[in-house]
Write a protein that binds this ligand. Structure first.
Ligand SMILES: Nc1ncnc2c1ncn2[C@@H]1O[C@H](COP(=O)(O)OP(=O)(O)OP(=O)(O)O)[C@@H](O)[C@H]1O
Ligand SMILES: CC(C)(CO)[C@@H](O)C(=O)NCCC(=O)O
Length: 292
């Protein structure tokens, strides 16, 4: 039976899992071709993960389970228990001692270097996110691997990570979209609780709802634009911008709008913003497929 690898990306709000064929002939270069299935669940929806793994075991034998987590120790243990319940170690194909091999940020993966002062302090989702974005740059866009790129994740927190010459040169962390809305509601007497609504994003807001929606979206987009500008000043290249995370839909238009105003005013090439669904899983799959 063919061998399967399961990948886990455990974030602060959600868990994403993917199964792929380990020995697919094109597994190293074209990740999509080897993917069997994937699932996104909220933390604690473990029954759905159990169902996903059960369905996968009908297709082949699970040989590896790799994961990254930035969530709590409890969630990490719960996830390990989910995989322990399948008795995977009884199969001769399963060649790891732990139910999940948790990966960490490293100083180097392939030709990509991590310049964070303390390597392991860099969120492991950010590390595999940048590896995933670099995979898309070189394998899908087929662009020179040294060009400037940014990976943005609009998750529970927002992160904006910059890369040049295959080096992760640094990045920023800010509260995510929902966290910004929640903090305004919690920290003031008169501001309402708002839910995301794209139609409230206008140039000059004249209602409280629109003022909050627009303010928060501009803060998110502005944080991304500032890193685009800085990377351009450093490298004189207009960077490729890869955007992922649950809140991206709401913010991407504002980023495109700022970038287009800037490119036109400064006479620069347009910034290319590329939306990706599961950059961390892509980075993980590329890593596992190519590192063996
Ligand atoms: N359909 C949606 N429309 C708008 N915003 C959304 C949507 N779904 C999720 N979000 C927002 O996306 C953010 C969470 O994104 P996501 O679910 O990708 O988080 P996560 O992957 O668990 O994050 P992290 O990896 O940072 O822990 C929150 O701000 C949430 O409000
Ligand atoms: C910033 C988050 C929360 C984004 O998911 C995560 O990557 C994390 O917990 N990072 C650790 C701190 C750091 O990356 O410097």
């Amino acid at each position: 039976m063919d061998k399967i690898c399961i990948l886990i990306d455990s974030g602060n709000s959600r868990i994403k899992a993917r199964a792929f064929w380990l020995n697919h002939p094109e597994a190293e270069k074209n990740l999509d071709k080897a993917i069997i299935n994937e699932i996104t669940i909220y933390n604690q929806e473990y029954a759905k993960l159990v169902g996903f793994v059960e369905r996968i075991t009908r297709d082949g034998n699970i040989a590896k389970v790799y994961g990254v987590t930035v969530a709590t120790e409890n969630i990490r243990t719960d996830l390990e228990n989910v995989f322990r319940s399948f008795d995977l170690e009884k199969s001769k194909d399963f060649n790891q001692k732990e139910p999940i091999v948790w990966l960490e940020s490293e100083e180097k993966a392939f030709s990509i270097k991590n310049l964070y002062e303390n390597t392991k302090q860099l969120g492991v989702d950010r590390w595999f996110g940048i590896i995933g974005a670099h995979y898309h740059l070189t394998h899908h866009l087929k662009v020179d691997s040294n060009v400037a790129l940014i990976h943005v994740s609009f998750g529970t927190a927002t992160t904006v990570d910059c890369m040049h010459n295959e080096q992760l040169i640094g990045g920023t962390i800010l509260p995510g979209l929902q966290m910004m809305f929640d903090s305004l509601f919690r920290g003031t007497a008169h501001l309402p609780k708002v839910a995301v609504s794209a139609s409230d994003i206008v140039n000059f807001p004249l209602t409280t709802h629109a003022a909050i929606q627009t303010g928060v979206v501009c803060a998110q987009a502005g944080a991304v634009f500032r890193q685009i500008q800085k990377l351009w000043f450093l490298t004189t290249q207009v960077p490729y911008v890869f955007i992922s995370g649950g809140a991206k839909e709401t913010i991407v238009d504002e980023i495109n709008s700022i970038c287009s105003h800037w490119s036109t005013a400064a006479g620069l090439a347009q910034v290319e913003c590329i939306e990706l669904e599961t950059t961390v899983l892509d980075g993980l799959q590329y890593y596992v497929s190519n590192k063996g």
